[in-house]
Write a protein that binds this ligand. Structure first.
Ligand SMILES: [Fe+2]
Ligand SMILES: [Fe+2]
Length: 191
């Protein structure tokens, strides 16, 4: 599927604001793909469709999670997490994308997971640093992203966990597990 067709499909499902965010994620993800030698066409499609399910009704997302082989504990956590696995499911079912690398990058773009692939890291990070984002600390992560993909993902995870802690929100275990595993690997590689 080419870029224009993919963008036209996704536009129907997003607000203008979220569509602009999506284009930002796409451009950032492609830059990262060039920098870190990832498959640009897969990166492009994963970025375009990463927030496909963002505006689905809560009830629809809930029933998809219940009916699919997805971790049921998602339902105990913030519904912000749900659009990622539900998105992967719907992008396969409604758009017909069956490439597992692309679907997993969509599926894990909010929580992360241990042993993320290059594609998954790129989508996770691009979602965090695209030009429309302006959380505290994002500029630092942008700078690190230009030289060290793993360290940038670690910083993005750390900032996200800190942000949730400050707001006294729950943190999905996969996010902690991803942070721990990536810090451990990073230290090992440097020792
Ligand atoms: Fe998202
Ligand atoms: Fe996003």
């Amino acid at each position: 599927m080419n870029r224009d067709r993919a963008l036209a499909i996704v536009k129907e499902h997003l607000t203008d604001h979220r569509y602009i965010h999506t284009v930002g994620v796409m451009n950032t993800a492609i830059e990262l793909a060039k920098l870190y030698d990832a498959d640009e066409s897969k990166v492009e499609l994963a970025a375009i469709f990463h927030d496909y399910a963002k505006f689905r009704p809560k009830e629809e997302m809930e029933s998809i999670i219940k009916s699919q082989p997805l971790p049921q504990d998602l339902l105990l956590f913030d519904k912000e997490l749900w659009h990622a696995p539900v998105g992967a499911y719907l992008v396969e079912k409604e758009v017909g994308i069956s490439d597992l690398d692309i679907l997993n990058a969509i599926k894990y773009h909010t929580s992360g997971r241990t042993n993320m692939t290059l594609l998954e890291k790129i989508i996770y990070l691009a979602d965090y640093i695209e030009p429309g984002r302006n959380f505290p600390g994002v500029e630092e992560v942008r700078e690190i992203a230009s030289t060290d993909l793993d360290l940038a993902v670690i910083y993005a995870l750390r900032n996200t966990i800190q942000f949730l802690l400050k707001k006294q929100q729950t943190i999905y275990p996969d996010t902690f597990n991803t942070y721990n595993a990536m810090v451990q690997e990073y230290k090992l590689r440097r020792s």
